[in-house]
Write a protein that binds this ligand. Structure first.
Ligand SMILES: [Zn+2]
Length: 308
């Protein structure tokens, strides 16, 4: 009954070129730091399986899945949007990243693991039902959430997204699914410039202006997320765990630090213990400067697995 740590070497083969901050080294920086900090001693490692088409189709259109598969290049890159491109290994890595969320869901719902952390890329929360973008191809957490609802029969699942960018893809997929409550905090004025007007009553979007800092972040969690989550009583919590709001990460400007990620994780662990038998699946999203990324993930995982 150890917490699950899910990753796969295929996640390192996806590479969008030298200038792209969503780089393969992110995976190793995280795993090395979790190892050095002794946190992997408390976790059971699993290889991420490939998501099946049926699993992906719970969150994406079949046409989109087929189009993406058809665009895998034999060499070089296929450009999806200005930030996002596929190399010959991208599709396989994207299947692993979504498959990680499915395996994590299976382990946590069955009780084989109390919680799970997925150290995978490509990330997912900008991937819409029928569109890639913002470094994302398949929406890993949304695939996991639909698996929890449609296969395991859960009735209420919460998605919490603290990446510095708004999770437009998750909102696109889940905004008309009242079995899901999505709580997000993001920095305004950044890609993908969405979130100001929630697309459904189950979307709790809070945009914070640049340089808001940890205090504003925490009070938003306390005043907005916690009451909504308490009222919703989720049977399971998924986290879109993006760490690009860290003050050392130049992708955003929220000014968060490791202690803020540890604090918000503790709030979610407490909610999960009250309503969800402690069940949490956390999937890596953003975080692009390797040192603060690795330190922030370690702070998050330490609290997630109760290693304190
Ligand atoms: Zn981000």
């Amino acid at each position: 009954m150890l917490p699950a740590y899910i990753s796969h070497p295929d996640c390192i083969k996806h590479d969008m070129g030298d200038q792209n901050p969503e780089c393969p080294e992110r995976i190793g920086a995280i795993s090395d730091h979790l190892l050095i900090k002794g946190l992997l001693d408390y976790m059971m490692p699993y290889d991420a399986p490939l998501a099946t088409e049926q699993q992906l189709a719970q969150a994406h259109s079949t046409l989109y899945i087929h189009e993406l598969a058809a665009h895998v290049p034999d060499s070089g890159f296929y450009q999806v949007d200005p930030d996002t491109r596929m190399n010959p290994y991208t599709y396989q890595a994207a299947l692993r990243a979504a498959g990680a969320a499915v395996l994590a869901t299976d382990l946590v719902v069955s009780g084989a693991a109390p919680v799970a952390f997925c150290n995978v890329r490509p990330p997912g929360h900008h991937a819409e039902r029928a569109a890639a973008g913002g470094f994302c191809f398949f929406n890993n957490v949304a695939v996991g959430i639909r698996h929890a609802l449609n296969v395991h029969g859960l009735q209420r699942v919460a998605l919490v997204d603290f990446d510095v960018h708004h999770g437009n893809g998750s909102e696109d997929i889940l905004h008309d699914d009242q079995r899901v409550l999505m709580c997000s905090i993001f920095e305004t004025g950044l890609y993908p410039f969405s979130g100001a007007t929630p697309r459904g009553p189950n979307m709790l979007n809070v945009g914070l202006p640049p340089r808001s800092g940890g205090e504003a972040f925490r009070s938003t969690v306390e005043n907005h997320w916690i009451p909504a989550l308490e009222a919703f009583r989720p049977q399971m919590i998924f986290i879109s765990a993006g760490f690009d709001g860290h003050r050392e990460d130049d992708m955003g400007n929220l000014g968060l630090v490791e202690a803020d990620y540890a604090w918000v994780t503790q709030q979610l662990v407490d909610i999960a213990k009250r309503h969800a038998q402690g069940r949490i699946v956390s999937c890596l999203e953003g975080g692009y400067v390797l040192s603060p990324l690795a330190r922030s993930v370690a702070a998050h995982v330490r609290v997630l697995i109760g290693a304190d």
